[in-house]
Design a protein. Structure first.
Length: 594
């Protein structure tokens, strides 16, 4: 056959060929969210009565405590002449304890910031949170009644700063009042020393900008402004779009310069709760289901109210693989050129069946995909990511996801493993079968005539099974069988088959062994795997099947024999690519062979 004809046949075959196979791979285990922690440290010295007469600092702390996503633990420390209150770190369901501790303090005495910071750092002892933060709000320098006490407190403050930096704790400082206008104030040193942020607020009424900056810039919490409403002195009604269907939780935060009164809401969600502060209100929606919610409140004239959405998700990823094979341009190639298209789809972790991020709000959202250590920025399309990988050999790739570019807070998203199949071999050129058939029939006819003339005696030749030659040594052990997945999909309890009861000349197939053990199911290819006795108290395994057999990571080739000694183990994936079995050879003592 000429080269041009060969090329045309291959080209035609390639046009007709479009192989797609799909595999869904779920993460083996749900990944627990990274636990983060924030301790709020409040200066409650007597000067705070002047700088915060209305208690806005406590209100700001309460707002921060309730706004933080679920994976944050929170604690509280207050100090004046000495440490006035300590609330150890607690989880999301116990945040009320932090608020009660904050509400129980009063402004009095001097400012022992050294003791306060030491106590705050101590709350992180032996903690393993992914991130650790201290938010310090103070209106002045370290100051006690005596110079000696002031000096000791400053020294304690310095040591606590150094310990915080060693332990990866970032300190963020909010300076309140005129005395904190000087950025050289020693209290601000803690922020610069530990890589935290610092803000100056002349009046407690203006704390909101510092609170917003801590949430977004320092803690990296994603929030979306849904509306800004100018108070008119009348009831304000606002319809808010909720593009976060099936989120684990959405916090709806209303903040203003004065109290938000007569708040009413209408929404669809699994559960909900509401908290009100002096200048904020927070509605917490568990598993929101609607696309909108209605909010109404009394809008005081001159009070600008901002409505912010803070969504959080717990996510499970699934990978689906399809392949496109083409004939390579290179002459002499033995395999197709294969490209795998891996599509990642994201589902709610709890249900496992609700697809996430399909709303228009997420269209063209960006994520960072890492496959086998290689990062790439990928765009969401209808809630899915797609990457393409060239494939030559079978591989198991590890994929992880970075959601920091998405406008939502993703608390957990486990890495997954994706199995890629090797490129299939190119078809072998077939010989001219018609010509071979004519020649074969002609030769057969001639042979029949010759045999007829010689009139040989009729002889019946028994069919011979293509078994390997038997061994000359005796069997001295047994084999253990561990079936992790039978053709029916069920696991089978471990089995043992005694080889020592067989004569040395016996060659037995794996199918016969399974049948002898009472297994009724048919394992495709087991009839082509043979066991015979070997020298040195071993057995010989011969593979004449298309099963995939692995021994210590090595593939045992077809039509070859391999010697197995004491405790040798092979893993067999049968021809149906569903059933799996592990075979282990055991040598027995003479006392055991009875």
């Amino acid at each position: 056959m000429t080269g041009k004809i060969k090329f045309c046949i291959l080209l035609l075959f390639n046009i007709l060929l479009y192989i797609t196979q799909s595999t869904s791979i779920f993460a083996a285990d749900n990944m627990e969210p990274d636990i983060k922690a924030v301790v709020f440290l409040l200066d409650t010295s007597g000067s705070m009565q002047t700088n915060d007469p209305s208690g806005y600092a406590l209100d700001g702390i309460a707002q921060l405590v309730y706004t933080l996503p679920t994976n944050y633990e929170v604690g509280f420390v207050a100090y004046h002449t000495e440490v006035a209150a300590i609330q150890p770190l607690v989880g999301n369901d116990q945040r009320e304890q932090v608020i009660r501790a904050a509400e129980g303090v009063e402004y009095k005495g001097y400012s022992n910031a050294g003791a306060g910071l030491e106590a705050a750092v101590e709350l992180f002892q032996e903690r393993t949170e992914a991130e650790k933060h201290i938010v310090l709000l103070s209106d002045g320098e370290v100051l006690l009644a005596e110079e000696e006490g002031t000096s000791r407190s400053r020294e304690s403050y310095q040591k606590a700063m150094e310990r915080a930096r060693e332990e990866g704790i970032r300190i963020h400082v909010i300076g309140l009042g005129e005395e904190m206008e000087d950025r050289d104030n020693s209290i601000f040193q803690a922020a610069a020393y530990t890589g935290g942020g610092s803000w100056y607020t002349p009046q407690a009424l203006k704390l909101q900008s510092a609170i917003d900056a801590i949430l977004t810039e320092e803690l990296g919490i994603k929030q979306t402004t849904a509306a800004i409403v100018e108070g008119s002195g009348r009831e304000e009604k606002v319809v808010i779009d909720l593009p976060f269907s099936h989120a684990d939780k959405v916090r709806v935060l209303l903040t203003g310069s004065s109290a938000i009164e007569q708040l009413q809401t209408s929404f669809q969600a699994g559960e909900a709760s509401q908290r009100n502060g002096e200048r904020y209100a927070l509605i917490e929606l568990q598993n929101p289901q609607g696309e909108q919610m209605e909010v109404s409140f009394l809008g005081k004239e001159g009070n600008q109210v901002r409505i912010t959405l803070i969504p959080e998700y717990r996510v499970r990823a699934v990978a689906e693989v399809s392949y496109e094979d083409s004939v390579p341009a290179k002459e002499g190639a033995e395999y197709y050129q294969r490209e795998a298209a891996i599509t990642y789809t994201f589902f709610d972790e709890e249900s496992g069946s609700i697809q996430l991020w399909t709303e228009d709000y997420f269209q063209h959202g960006r994520m960072i995909l890492t496959e086998e250590g290689k990062e790439q920025e990928v765009t969401l399309d209808k809630g899915q990511l797609t990457s393409r990988i060239g494939v030559t050999e079978a591989a198991l790739i590890h994929t992880s996801f970075d959601c920091s570019l998405l406008p939502v807070n993703v608390l957990s998203l486990s890495p997954i493993r994706v199995e890629l199949e090797a490129a299939p071999p190119l078809p072998v050129e077939k010989p001219p079968y018609l010509l071979y058939a004519i020649l074969s029939f002609t030769c057969l006819g001639i042979l029949v005539v010759l045999l007829y003339r010689r009139k040989p005696k009729p002889e019946v030749i028994p069919e011979k099974e293509n078994r390997p030659a038997p061994g000359k040594a005796s069997y001295v052990g047994n084999i253990r069988l561990y079936i992790s997945r039978a053709p029916s999909g069920q696991d089978i309890a471990p089995l043992a088959y005694d080889l020592f009861r067989l004569p040395s000349t016996k060659v037995i197939s794996l199918a016969e062994i399974l049948e002898s053990c009472g297994i009724k199911e048919v394992f495709s290819g087991a009839e082509g795997i043979y066991i015979s006795s070997g020298q040195g108290r071993s057995i010989i395994l011969t593979n004449q099947s298309d099963c995939c057999i692995l021994k210590s990571g090595e593939i045992l080739m077809k039509n070859k024999s391999y010697q197995l000694y004491q405790d040798a183990k092979v893993d067999i994936t049968f021809e149906d690519e569903v059933s799996e079995l592990t075979l282990q050879y055991k040598v027995l003592k003479p006392s055991q062979m009875r």
